[in-house]
Design a protein around this ligand. Structure first.
Ligand SMILES: *Cc1c(COP(=O)(O)O)cnc(C)c1O
Length: 371
């Protein structure tokens, strides 16, 4: 804290990203990165972009990237915005569509950045509680609001929202913009992109960080009615016209053009997800149905915090959210099969180890612990 800080910055708790530990051999399952490398075509295109042309500012409108995305998603290029990661686009949305004092809605358990942006931009918000099973109750969003923001599939629950619920929500909220953050949609769930021609209040956000193995490149897209895109361009051009550099534009274009690597990587993640979900359930873990590249898990006997600390000591990094309703869960990114086997064995040892320890100290206190 410093006397020169603004009141907003004094009062805000910024988003805390998962750690990027430096240690050598570790199993990193804490930030939903893709375990597989990006397409070799992406790397080639980026190397080819390292030329004297870097003397010049990049194309502020990312025209070639947007034209490629237009062919890929079947949406006109004027309805696509490209940005430096989807987090930046989400931040622009808060400035583009909401005013200080407006009341927006988002689920009580969702991507924490929505709350951070609301506070940063002075936008009021109300949270809509997820159901007991962590589903998004669509009726909760039928009350008056100045905007809605949702992640589909939701994070960190991993649960997808049915497309008809998204449509109902967009239809019932024509007075405001409904932002659907599809960071994980390539791993499961139904995209809302098909609804864009019908609804001028729908904005769909995508990222290249998860399904395209390009978290380090910083590329995100927004798709929606051209007037929504125009508002995003206005915000961007009030802050920094050149958010996406030449090298990133080249890499992003190549990523969209290589569907083969993309499809193969997605299928591997999904296969590993089903395998590890069954194993964990057989071992007594509660696993929320996931349409993403991560699992939200808990164990009925051993606290998530205990598991998290013990895994960390073995250089296995997962994510714990110290927040109501999910503080006894671990969020585990789907890594390679080898990484998931290491995690599974470690978890198995921990839950059995803890049970054995308890039964040694107090043999008859609670017989259920010995099961
Ligand atoms: C990871 C994630 C993002 C951020 O993506 P970037 O493009 O890397 O900024 C946005 N929304 C959700 C729900 C995410 O999990």
């Amino acid at each position: 804290m410093n006397k020169y800080w603004s009141e907003t910055i004094k009062g805000i708790a910024p988003y805390v990203p998962g750690e990027q530990p430096r240690a050598g051999r570790l199993v990193k399952l804490n930030t939903n990165e893709n375990p597989y490398p990006p397409s070799p075509e992406v790397l080639n295109a980026m190397k080819a972009a390292v030329t004297d042309k870097l003397r010049l500012y990049p194309d502020p409108n990312c025209s070639r990237l947007r034209e490629t995305a237009s062919r890929h998603y079947g949406i006109p290029a004027e309805q696509i915005f490209a940005g430096n990661g989807s987090d930046e686009i989400l931040a622009f949305c808060f400035k583009a569509f909401f005013d200080p004092g407006d009341m927006i809605l988002f689920p009580d358990i969702t991507y924490n950045f929505y709350e951070v942006y609301a506070k940063l931009f002075g936008v009021s918000y109300r949270t809509v509680p997820l159901t007991e099973s962590f589903d998004v109750p669509v009726e909760g969003f039928f009350t008056y609001n100045d905007g809605v923001i949702l992640a589909n599939p939701n994070a960190p629950t991993g649960k997808a929202i049915p497309l008809e619920n998204i449509e109902a929500l967009v239809k019932r909220n024509r007075q405001a913009v409904v932002i659907v953050d599809e960071a994980y949609i390539d791993f499961g769930g139904e995209s809302s992109i098909g609804l864009i021609p019908k609804y001028d209040n729908l904005l769909v956000i995508r990222t290249f960080s998860k399904s395209r193995s390009l978290a380090g490149l910083r590329i995100g897209l927004a798709m929606g009615h051209s007037s929504l895109i125009e508002a995003l361009i206005r915000v961007r051009d009030c802050i920094n016209c050149f958010t996406v550099d030449w090298i990133a534009q080249a890499g992003a274009i190549a990523s969209l053009e290589d569907t083969e690597t993309f499809t193969r990587n997605i299928q591997s993640v999904i296969a590993t997800r089903s395998r590890i979900t069954s194993l964990l359930r057989q071992a007594g873990f509660q696993v929320v149905d996931s349409s993403t590249n991560f699992l939200l898990i808990s164990h009925p006997k051993v606290e998530a915090g205990t598991l998290n600390d013990a895994l960390r000591r073995q250089n296995i990094f997962v994510r714990l959210f110290p927040r109501p309703r999910i503080d006894n869960y671990l969020r585990v990114t789907i890594g390679t099969d080898e990484e998931m086997d290491i995690l599974f064995e470690a978890l198995l040892n921990l839950v059995h180890g803890t049970q054995l320890k308890i039964s040694r100290i107090e043999p008859n206190s609670d017989p259920s612990l010995n099961k």
